[in-house]
Ligand binder design. Structure first.
Ligand code: NAD
Length: 290
């Protein structure tokens, strides 16, 4: 299959390389000067998109996605599919999908979870929104780049699933970290805390699989000086998208709102930038109640 891949950064480059590695003809474009194993580079996004049966985008945000869509959609052939794997706001995802449909294309919003490691290993999870026909066309590509793809509903449903999941993740990480900090002050051993919580009703993915306490639980970024992993600023991006969506859907999300404010402070003024999002634990450790 002839595939165009636009946005070859930390995530896009290994995803494109995996498609090329199984024999697809991949043409890439990025505004930065990059090269990717097995991928032929084009001089513009429109040139890359013009001969492709599928165009995949992996870009930083909704504004950039809209600008790229304006350029590539007119260049794409009727009946081909536009698959956006970036994490963007639901409104941008829906608007780009509509623009693609109006131009006679198929469209899927398909943000991912699994991070850079998952992109390199081809083990991402895709959360997809779009028609059955569009999803069916994209599914074989998801199978190469990932291990699981869930068709969540119509356009925007993939982004909706992603930000709801990550809102839970951000809130839960904070709850897990503040509970560890409280346990410390109560003189409770961290290993004992893990042994109890990980098998009791307070258990969660953040406690059981990604424990923020160094030396406790399975190996995680906490055991590597809080090098990301999943950086705090990326968590902040997703939390902000959740609050943007909550505003436009008129949903009451007080915990999501509190988590957004806390990660904002952590990233912007408390040295959290560039650290894993589980570095909330040392942040709480250093503080007291007032
Ligand atoms: P990145 O910044 O490494 O890559 C983005 C790429 O897009 C860059 O190479 C940049 O040069 C390129 N780009 C920007 N504007 C462009 C334009 N107008 N035309 C062509 N190329 C352009 O970011 P990333 O970490 O690869 O993340 C990409 C997306 O995936 C984001 O939406 C992010 O939220 C999401 N995501 C990232 C992770 C992660 O762990 N990094 C995990 C899940 C989802």
């Amino acid at each position: 299959m002839k595939i165009a891949f636009i946005g070859l950064g930390n995530m896009g480059a290994p995803m494109a390389a995996n498609l090329a590695a199984v024999g697809h003809d991949v043409v890439g474009f990025d505004q930065a000067d990059v090269s990717v194993d097995g991928v032929t580079m084009a001089t513009t996004g429109a040139k890359a998109a013009s001969e492709a049966e599928a165009v995949i985008t992996m870009l930083p945000n909704g504004q950039i996605l809209r600008a790229v869509a304006d350029e590539i959609i007119p260049a794409m052939a009727h009946g081909t599919v536009l698959i956006d794997c970036s994490t963007v706001d639901v409104d941008s995802a829906r608007s780009v999908a509509q623009q693609a449909l109006d131009a006679g294309l198929l469209a899927v919003d398909a943000p991912v979870s699994g991070g850079i490691g998952g992109a390199a290993a081809g083990t991402l999870t895709f959360m997809a929104g779009g028609s059955d026909t569009a999803f069916a066309k994209a599914a074989p590509l998801f199978d190469i780049m990932g291990q699981k793809a869930v068709h969540c509903g119509e356009a925007g449903a993939g982004q909706a699933a992603k930000i709801c999941n990550n809102m839970i993740l951000g809130v839960t990480m904070i709850a897990t970290c503040e509970a560890f900090a409280l346990a410390d002050k109560l003189g409770l051993d961290r290993q004992k805390m893990f042994d109890v919580v990980s098998t009791s009703s307070g258990y969660s993915w953040t406690m059981n699989a990604y424990c923020p306490a160094p030396g406790v639980g399975p190996r995680s970024p906490a055991d590597n000086g809080y090098q990301p992993g999943f950086a705090a600023e990326l968590m902040l991006k997703d939390l902000r998208l959740s609050q943007q969506a909550a505003d436009s859907a008129d949903a009451d999300t007080p915990m999501g709102q509190a988590a957004t404010a806390l990660y904002e402070k952590f990233v912007e003024t408390e040295g959290g930038l560039g650290k894993d999002f589980s570095a909330m634990l040392p942040r709480f450790e250093e503080r007291n109640r007032s």
